[in-house]
Design a protein around this ligand. Structure first.
Ligand code: BTN
Length: 319
């Protein structure tokens, strides 16, 4: 089915006979695959008698060679998949198989994209970026401190450099424009964090997605913010370069060197918030973060520190 899509991606008309010839199948088999493309990937295909078939709009697919051409300073090996359950899950399987880190896993779509706190990450075909960078961490806990916040900062900068000037951060690692989420980060770890471990840095960016009924929170995309479509290969390259720069600074200098820059870009600095931890809710005012990336809240006049992957923030109505 995806071989057929690759023949159609130029957005031009192709006759059933030519497509069948290229695939070595009958015209009716081509027809069946076209139906599948529409049903499974949500693509719209024009079918015109006497001219053949074409995609409603041309498609630029992810391509590791194009990414490498745009990213001079980033040379992680890249695996590009047409469809996978989750790039994080695939990255974890690759670690299990003994693949040498660092490496990057990208997919055109995810059938079970994972979000934080058990949520699903909506991942339609060829519209957004779903990527997982795998690092081997040997420096113990210090190399993990604030890591997910650093990734958020790199993603935010990649969006800004690409033209989404309003992108900012929300603790711990959401990237928002205004109140709407444009990118999310999910870190997963295997091994001994105090010794040697692998960390999977999963990044989802809403790039060209314009419509979906499935997302259960306020969201936006680069295209909705700017009115233009983005070349995802160029964006992956930009993201790779930003990640490389921020991660090496984090590795050498530690999170404390990045703390101030992170706070300057925190959209909810000084705001009245509720911190949600399971069924518990703590109301306070955001003071900032500490040198390890934990949240500093003023609660009842006293500064308190919070950290942990299951926490999330909401703005209070009176904020
Ligand atoms: C969040 O809930 O904000 C985190 C979303 C992380 C989504 C990305 S998409 C690529 C990678 N693979 C996954 O299954 N999830 C992450």
């Amino acid at each position: 089915m995806l071989t057929l899509l690759k023949l159609l991606k130029d957005g031009r008309f192709h006759s059933g006979q030519a497509l069948g010839g290229a695939l070595g199948v009958s015209r009716s088999a081509v027809w069946k695959q076209l139906q599948l493309l529409e049903a499974e990937l949500g693509l719209s295909i024009h079918k015109v008698r006497g001219r053949g078939y074409r995609l409603a709009s041309p498609l630029t697919l992810l391509d590791s060679v194009a990414i490498a051409e745009h990213a001079s300073s980033c040379n992680w090996p890249i695996l590009v998949l047409d469809s996978i359950d989750s790039t994080n899950a695939e990255a974890l399987r690759a670690i299990e198989r003994g693949q040498t880190a660092p490496f990057l896993v990208l997919a055109e779509r995810q059938t079970s994209g994972r979000g934080r706190r058990g949520r699903k990450w909506v991942s339609p075909f060829a519209e957004n970026i779903y990527c997982s960078l795998v690092l081997r961490i040997e420096g113990g806990m210090r190399q993990l401190e604030g890591l997910s916040l650093v990734v958020g900062l790199a993603v935010m900068q990649a969006l800004r450099v690409s033209g989404v000037s309003g992108a900012g951060l929300k603790w711990p690692n959401d990237v928002l424009v205004g109140q709407k989420k444009i990118a999310g980060i999910l870190l997963e770890l295997v091994g001994d964090p105090a010794d040697v471990c692998h960390v999977v840095l999963g990044v989802g960016i809403n790039v060209n997605m314009q419509m979906t009924e499935e997302v259960d929170q306020q969201w936006t995309s680069m295209r909705l913010e700017s009115g233009q479509a983005f070349d995802r290969n160029r964006l992956v390259a930009q993201l790779g370069q930003m990640l490389q720069a921020y991660l090496s600074r984090h590795q050498v200098e530690g999170f404390s060197a990045i703390q101030a820059e992170w706070e300057q870009n925190h959209l909810w600095q000084g705001r009245a918030v509720s911190l949600i931890a399971g069924v518990n809710q703590i109301d306070g005012e955001v003071l900032g973060i500490d040198s390890q990336g934990a949240l500093r809240l003023k609660v009842g006049g006293v500064e308190k520190i919070f950290s942990g992957g299951e926490l999330s923030l909401r703005l209070r109505d009176d904020s």
